[in-house]
Design a protein around this ligand. Sequence first.
Ligand code: DGY
Length: 324
Amino acid sequence: MKKQVVLYKKLSAPLMARLHEQAEVTLIESLDTQGLAKLRDALPRAQGLLGASLKLDAELLDLAPHLEAIASVSVGVDNYDIGYLTERRILLSNTPDVLTETTADTGFALILATARRVVELANMVRDGQWTRNIGPAHFGTDVHGKTLGIIGMGRIGEALAQRGHFGFGMPVIYHSHSPKPAVEQRFNAQYRSLDDLLQQADFVCLTLPLTAETEGLIGTRQFALMRPETIFINISRGKVVDEAALIRALSNRQIRAAGLDVFEREPLNHDSPLLQLNNVVATPHMGSATHETREAMARCAVDNLLAALAGQRPVNLVNPQAWR
Ligand code: DGY
């Protein structure tokens, strides 16, 4: 008998066809109030779930007594209570690797956009304000040769280091759980304590996951350690940062600028003070959002789910303790 799968994310036609061959599929087209009600109706028969951007808490999962596997179309797994899933032996998988390069590209886009004031100056041209050659009031700051500070030297951190080191001749410093000799060798990178990195980096880039340990990691004290030239980039999760402290640091010109792809609450409220600041480039959590990468992520999630439902260990299993 085919397994029951609930999808809360639309997939491409070829992936849908693949899933339909092997499973009975219920598609929740959107996560609005109606969609969420449909999801609650479908959960009691679900054996597999596939989707993203939904906090699947115990209250929802308790509606799904037959659930065997969840395939998240994301690398981040902060939407899941891993302890609870493991207790219930529900296999959680994610989609690392396929999005690494694209997400690092987004990080570099934010580095360049903030340092060279790309959005602000492009808007000036669009608004008909380019009436004479621009002068120092509109100059940006160099990226090449500046010190790139990376907090969280995982796959995406490494891809960012690669771009900075080989592409822009940037000295790379980093902070993570422990030093990584292979990274140091490849990118001539140097390990720093968090405080030293915050004081020394021209670009402070967050690429670490949201966990109980990293929530609120960067707040008032950490912004105070940065310099007026520092540019702050966040492509990890908004809650790693105390957003109110960030807004104060930007408003007081305690730091130069921020490039932000993630926020405490998403979508970002239209009246967020961040949007009043011209030293902020804000993007809509688009780290991995290219056609190619999102398709690769979805394919990876389908592979993970079908493997789990067939009794095989998914390649990207997040909670190996749940595996028999
Ligand atoms: C990820 O894959 O975790 C991206 O941030 C999208 O949520």
